[in-house]
Write a protein that binds this ligand. Sequence first.
Ligand code: ZN
Length: 233
Amino acid sequence: MGRGPRGGLRPHRSRLVRTEFETMTAAAQKANPDGLQPCWSCKGPVASTAMFCATCGAVQPPGQGDRFTRLGLARDFDVDRGDLDRRYFALQRDLHPDRFATRAAREREISLQQSTSLNEAYETVKSPLRRAEYLLSLNGVTVNAETGNRPADPDVLMEAMESREALAEAETEAEIAALAEQARDNQRHCLDALTVAFRADDLDAAARLATRLKYLATFTEEARGRARARRAP
Ligand SMILES: [Zn+2]
């Protein structure tokens, strides 16, 4: 940048006029999502994805990065669950309220925002269905039979209708259990196919499979509910 890290760039605290530093970092961030922004506490430069300021140690507000970046992961459907958990718990440890008990109210508040945003990222990336939907939404594809931006797949609709019929007609607990088991099996296969589709960058196939996975998950729950209702006295 050719300038000292702080020299001459200390922002004025006017809310109306963008400081040179803010304008510069906004432009840098557009070009590079890992760009720098000023620390709210010491005004030193902080990477937009950093949780803490390297200069003063203050916790930073959650940035605008996506939920994968939030966890230090690439935007990818393939996620190693052990790795995901390790990252999440390490980050959550850094944000533990005990660490902020003696800090100023502003810092405590920001650490809570960080914690909420981190939980949201974790819940999204952990669930294969939510992860698929989120990845698709990052690519401008909404997966929802009613409001989605693609027509529902007729094969998926037909399959959903037929299984609902079969469930409605199932009379014994064994019949219901068999339908639930079948749906769980289909879910596993659907998930494998979804992984292949994302690896091939085939968003059309991924959207179709995510819709099917969503319906299969709902159906499995319905079948379990029916089974529970039958067992109840
Ligand atoms: Zn700082």
